[in-house]
Design a protein around this ligand. Structure first.
Ligand SMILES: Cc1ncc(COP(=O)(O)O)c(C=O)c1O
Length: 381
């Protein structure tokens, strides 16, 4: 199988991730930090390693700013619903993933807040000036993607944070497609909250996600309960990260994530980025000019991720994805990619498009094989 669906979840995971999860399951799979025995302590150390690894990757001021979640969606819900209050105004984009747009639309429909949605610029990035113009005195949050999972263009987070702060608002970034794929420095960029899954560019297993919360920013917990500490208190602990973490964590997954982060640190985000971009570039170059193939995502000169979105004329996107799978053993994603607004911006709603997303473990020849298969399907070879 040639796997080109790394924007959904990365595959394969580095062997060290599988080994760490296996070792954890076989030797240390007790409840982390809950027991005063060796297994619980070892389990707690794996969780702490994953937290420290994330803080290091994000250049976070300290590890207690990093909260573990179930996935990217869970982190975004925690941020949006834990931060926003009735009567707030939110600025977001018209092309967010459903994990941002649906919670906001739900709160808006319930009459609890108002939302302004900013369209992308021609180069498929978000204009900080347009965000600034969309803010009003009631704006308390700017909630925007770091990189759309359909476009792949990276937004200028520091300028967006400045636009939000100038308007007196906080900024929440959906970094699902950016973490691991490009350098991110939460303190230098002035970000208040950053939500992301850990099963994509961070090489963790599914069921892992995280939310960075700037020190001093007060987020209401959506879940309360056991934390393994201060059991005598009737109320949930106030201090981070326990304030936002209740119940037994996915310690098997976090043991794997700790190994994934070590792999990323040793390899280097820049090296991962260069490799993925070289594959995406080779794929796009091979397909540009092929009759019947329209490349949709490559516009402008903004830095990008390894996502390439395209259409094959005369074929539905799901038909192309099914043919690539069935006839060529190539995994891509058709349809709307949980981001209908992004497809509206590209003019591909409601049909959707084909998305190929390259990962660090793709072989050199994968880009050429996939491009050749698509060219054959398009009849343009
Ligand atoms: C931009 C973006 N935001 C949020 C998510 C949601 O992440 P998860 O599937 O881990 O909940 C995704 C996943 O595809 C995404 O691409």
């Amino acid at each position: 199988m040639i796997y080109l669906d790394n924007a959904a979840t990365s595959w394969p995971k580095p062997p060290a991730v599988l080994a760490a999860m296996r070792e954890f399951a076989e030797r240390w799979a007790a409840n982390p930090d809950r027991g005063c025995h060796r297994m619980g302590i070892e389990a707690g150390q794996r969780v702490a390693q994953a937290r420290a690894g994330l803080a290091d990757l994000l250049a976070a001021p300290d590890a207690s700013c990093v909260v573990f979640t179930l996935n990217g969606t869970d982190a975004l819900n925690m941020a949006l619903k834990g931060f926003l209050r009735d009567g707030d105004h939110v600025v977001t984009t018209s092309y967010e993933h459903n994990s941002v747009s649906r919670p906001l639309a739900g709160l808006e429909r319930a009459g609890r807040l108002s939302v302004t949605r900013v369209d992308p610029q021609d180069d498929l990035t978000l204009s900080p000036d347009a965000v600034r113009r969309a803010c009003n005195p009631k704006t308390r949050l700017v909630a925007v993607t770091a990189a759309s999972n359909v476009f792949g263009a990276l937004n200028d987070l520091a300028s967006l944070a400045k636009a939000a702060h100038d308007a007196g608002a906080a900024i929440l970034v959906d970094a699902a497609q950016m973490v691991g794929a490009a350098r991110i420095d939460v303190a230098a960029a002035g970000l208040d909250m950053v939500a992301f899954p850990c099963h994509k560019g961070l090489f963790g297993p599914m069921g892992t996600g995280a939310l960075y919360v700037r020190p001093g920013l007060d987020l209401r917990p959506l879940r309360e309960g056991g934390t393994g500490a201060r059991s005598e208190d009737e109320t949930h602990p106030e201090e981070m990260p326990y304030r936002l973490e209740a119940g037994t964590p996915n310690a098997h997954g976090l043991a794997g994530l700790a190994a994934g982060l070590a792999f990323l640190r040793d390899t280097g985000v820049e090296r991962v980025r260069e490799r993925e971009l070289a594959l995406a570039r080779a794929f796009s170059e091979r397909l540009s000019g092929v009759k019947g193939v329209t490349l949709l995502s490559a516009r402008g000169s903004a830095p990008r991720t390894s996502i390439v979105t395209l259409r094959v004329s005369g074929m539905a996107s799901q038909e192309v994805a099914a043919a690539l799978d069935g006839r060529y053993g190539i995994a891509v994603r058709g349809g709307l990619h949980c981001a209908p607004g992004a497809h509206r911006a590209l003019g591909t709603f409601p049909e959707g498009a084909v998305r190929a997303s390259f990962g660090f473990f793709n072989a050199e020849g994968d880009a050429e094989s996939a491009a050749r298969a698509i060219a054959e399907l398009a009849g343009g070879v």
